[in-house]
Design a protein around this ligand. Structure first.
Ligand code: TRP
Length: 451
């Protein structure tokens, strides 16, 4: 669930848009002090509840002697996951279509212009996008309808390591042929000016914490936190598995994949005078160029997009599982019917994203608000879900696990004893996470400002 488009597609382009190093630093800090503790909390709640998120929250509130209103947290997650899948599927459709582009050989010795033209011809054509989006949605709902335990779970076990190996290959290419030092400098030398200062529609500079919120939101997005997806997986976790160790492994693997994607992409960006902040098309305008200029590029390129599609596929399932589980439990629909219904609804909402890249690319619904001056409908959907709904869900999960749930219950479930590790977790979730999320929220809303 964690390693997906978020690591390879989203991380590089939002890093490029937000000035590099300082953004990466804030993102890494968020992973460590917010992401890791919240992931432990989510797994812990899921394993204790052993049901779908809505019912888990209801029963754990009862166990703690509190109002069952906490089940609305489960609802927030259902809606967030649904909305994220609507656009995730469209982008995953790009990855699918690139399997065939890479295989066709169009990128062999291609110039950056040719690579760019290929991308524009895809996203500019709503019919193509709808077709690929439909295919991806069908693939996702097919697995959701049948349950995950069968084929896909087994396949992912060797497909993800393969993706990792191709990433190493790409980083190797970029080291030799790209502006690797510039990329390292861009990614790892913090420039806080670039993080905090933006220009508005009139070209005036202004200060904003928005990029900090984006970095924090991405920590939630990339680890699949804040909506109950990880709670579902927690509910399947064997009772004797260490939650802390599992969490560290997931967070480390996820972060390494994202950083490697950055190290593969930015050297190509700088070597070819591309714009780091060019947006969601960034990987599609850079990596095909690398494949086009390496030995065996057709094979590696094709394989890369196959694996990227698999990574997206195995992540997309957890986005819609809570919604489907709810339909099955509460409206007593069959799993197949529930999946078909959700798939169709989510597909339809996905059309908003499809059109954001072509016929509605000039529609900027909130252009009057500084931070949204260039935001398309897709950008706003992404912002609402990743930067508002997920951190809000995470905030509530944090509050629930240490202020509502008893200390005994969380200590028993985390199984770390009353030792420093547990105390640190409790401290982070009790104070640091809620305060950090609140400060960033209030800042972006303009209620709280530091000068
Ligand atoms: N983490 C996935 C990625 O990086 C996306 C994802 C899957 C997700 N399930 C989620 C994001 C649940 C938020 C919540 O691509």
């Amino acid at each position: 669930s964690a390693v997906g488009l978020g690591n390879i597609w989203k991380f590089p382009y939002i890093t490029g848009e937000n000035g590099g190093g300082a953004f990466v630093l804030v993102y890494l800090a968020c992973i460590l002090v917010i992401g890791v503790p919240i992931m432990m909390a989510e797994i812990m709640l899921g394993r204790r509840g052993r049901q779908s998120p809505i019912n888990t929250m209801r029963d754990l509130s009862i166990e703690a002697g509190h109002s069952t209103h906490w089940q609305y947290l489960g609802w927030l997650g259902v809606i967030a996951g649904f909305l994220i899948l609507s656009y995730y599927s469209v982008i995953a459709g790009w990855a699918l279509s690139y399997i065939f582009r890479a295989a066709s050989g169009v990128f062999t010795d291609a110039s950056v212009e040719v690579v760019k033209t290929e991308f524009v011809s895809l996203v500019g054509d709503p019919e193509k996008l709808v077709a690929w989006h439909s295919l991806f949605m069908v693939l996702t709902m097919f697995v959701v309808a049948r349950g995950v335990q069968g084929g896909l779970e087994k396949a992912v076990k060797f497909l993800m390591p393969s993706l990792f190996i191709i990433l190493i290959l790409l980083v190797g290419y970029s080291m030799q042929n790209g502006e690797f030092n510039m990329a390292v400098k861009f990614l790892f030398t913090p420039d806080f000016e670039a993080l905090f200062y933006k220009t508005d529609a009139q070209g005036n500079e202004y200060m904003s914490w928005n990029a900090v919120l984006i970095a924090m939101g991405h920590a939630f997005f990339t680890l699949s936190l804040g909506m109950g997806a990880i709670m579902v997986y927690g509910s399947y976790l064997p009772a004797d598995t260490s939650i802390a160790k599992t969490t560290f492994m997931i967070a480390a693997a996820d972060t390494i994949v994202a950083l490697m994607a950055g190290l593969a992409i930015f050297p190509i960006v700088f070597a070819n005078n591309l714009e780091p902040g060019s947006g969601p098309g960034l990987i599609f305008n850079t990596l095909p160029f690398a494949f086009g200029h390496m030995d065996g590029g057709i094979i590696f390129g094709t394989l890369f997009f196959v694996l990227l599609s698999f990574a997206a596929w195995s992540s997309s399932i957890s986005l819609i599982e809570p919604a489907v589980a709810w339909l099955v439990e509460n409206l007593s629909l069959s799993r197949i019917k529930a999946s078909v219904l959700m798939g169709i609804a989510c597909w339809a909402v996905g059309l908003l994203t499809v059109f954001s890249f072509n016929i509605w690319s000039d529609v900027k619904p909130l252009a009057d608000i500084k931070i949204f001056k260039d935001a398309t409908i897709f950008d706003l959907l992404d912002y609402l879900t990743a930067n508002i709904m997920l951190p809000l869900g995470g905030l509530l999960i944090a509050i629930f696990s240490v202020w509502i749930m008893s200390r005994e219950a969380s200590m028993e479930e985390l199984d770390m004893g009353d030792r420093p590790g547990y105390k640190l977790w409790r401290f982070l979730v009790r104070y640091i996470t809620p305060i950090a999320v609140l400060i960033v929220f209030l800042n972006v809303l303009g209620i709280l400002t530091f000068k």
